[in-house]
Ligand binder design. Sequence first.
Ligand SMILES: NC(=O)c1ccc[n+]([C@@H]2O[C@H](COP(=O)([O-])OP(=O)(O)OC[C@H]3O[C@@H](n4cnc5c(N)ncnc54)[C@H](OP(=O)(O)O)[C@@H]3O)[C@@H](O)[C@H]2O)c1
Length: 317
Amino acid sequence: MSGETSRALVLESFGTLPRLVTRPLPEPRPGHTLVRMLAAQVGHLDLNVVDGAFGILPDLPAVPGTTGCGIVLASDSHPEGRLVRINGKGLGLRRDGCWADHAVVPDAAVIAVADGTDPALACSFFSPAGTAWAAVHSVAAVRPGERVLVTGAAGAVGSLTVQVAARAGAEVIGVVGRQAKLDHVPAVAKAVLATELSAEAVGGPVDAVVDTVGGPVLRDALGLVRPRGRVALVGYTAGREFSVDLADFLLADVALLPVNLMTRGKEVAADAERLLAELAAGELNLPIEGYGPDRLPEATERLRTGEAVGRVVLDFS
Ligand SMILES: NC(=O)c1ccc[n+]([C@@H]2O[C@H](COP(=O)([O-])OP(=O)(O)OC[C@H]3O[C@@H](n4cnc5c(N)ncnc54)[C@H](OP(=O)(O)O)[C@@H]3O)[C@@H](O)[C@H]2O)c1
C-alpha cells in the first residue's frame, strides 16, 4: 500500500476548523487495525475538542472524530473486509480519530457490525441510543402509564428518548425550540414548542422529564413535574447554568438526576446494540444528515446552531 495517499481533516489550532489535507496512507502497526473509513460522526463532543473546550485534548496537529465506521484493511485481531465501528480508547481525544479516509486504531476500539448496516447509522447510533436507554430506564426509571416530557425532542438523543419512553408504556410530550422542528418530533409524542411550555399545554403535571437542552428550558420544565417526580438531565446546549430557589426546590420535591453515558456505557451497551438492530430494521428512527468531508464547515454550523435534525455524519465512502 506504500505510495497510496489518504485524505484527512487535520486540526492545526483549537478554535479553527480542521483542514482537508492529502497525506500518505497510514502504516498498519502491531496491536492496531487499519480501517478504511466510510462514515464518521460530527458530534457535540467533537466540536468541543475542535474548540479546545474539553477536559481531554490531543496534541496538535491532530485528526478529530471520536466515532466512525469502516472496513478493516489490515489487522491481527479483526478479519479483513469486516464492517466495523470504532470508538473509545482516546480516539479523537488523545490520539488521531475518525475524520479521515483511513485510520490506524487500537484493536480494542474496533467493534464488529452486522454486514449491510448503514455506516452512517453504525457510527452514530451508540451515543443517542445508549443515552436514551440510560435516561429512560436507568435514571428516570419510567414506568408504564407515566407521563414523560422530553426536551430537544427532534434531536438525536431526544427523538430516540421519545421512542424508548413510548415503548416503555409512557405517554410522551416532546418539546422543541423552534417551529420548524415540530414536524420532526416522533409521532408517538405530542409536540409542544418550548416558548409555549405550560402545565396547560402539556395537559397537567408530568411524572418525569428527560432534558437534553438545559439552561432556561430545564428551569421551565422543572416546574411541570409532580412532587416526587424525576428529571434526568442529559445535555446543556441551551445553557450550562440556571438558578434555583432552594426553598422552592425543596417544596417541589423533584429529583434532578444526571445521565452520564461515560459512566453508564458498559451498563447499556447490550441495550444500545439491540436498538441498533431495530434502527437498521426501520422499527425505530434516527434521522441522519450526511456531508462530504469538504463540507465540514456546513456540517459543524448545522450542529452548532441546532438546525440539524438528528445526527450529523461525514461521508468518506
Ligand atoms: N450526558 C451524556 O452522557 C450525553 C450523551 C449524549 C449526548 N449528550 C448531550 O446531549 C445533548 C443533546 O445531544 P444530541 O446528540 O441529541 O444533540 P442534537 O441532536 O444536536 O440536539 C440538541 C438539541 O438542542 C436544542 N438546542 C437548544 N438550544 C440550542 C442551541 N443554542 N444550540 C444548539 N442546539 C440547541 C436543539 O433543539 P431545538 O431546536 O428543539 O431547541 C437541538 O435539536 C448535547 O448537549 C450532547 O452533548 C450527553
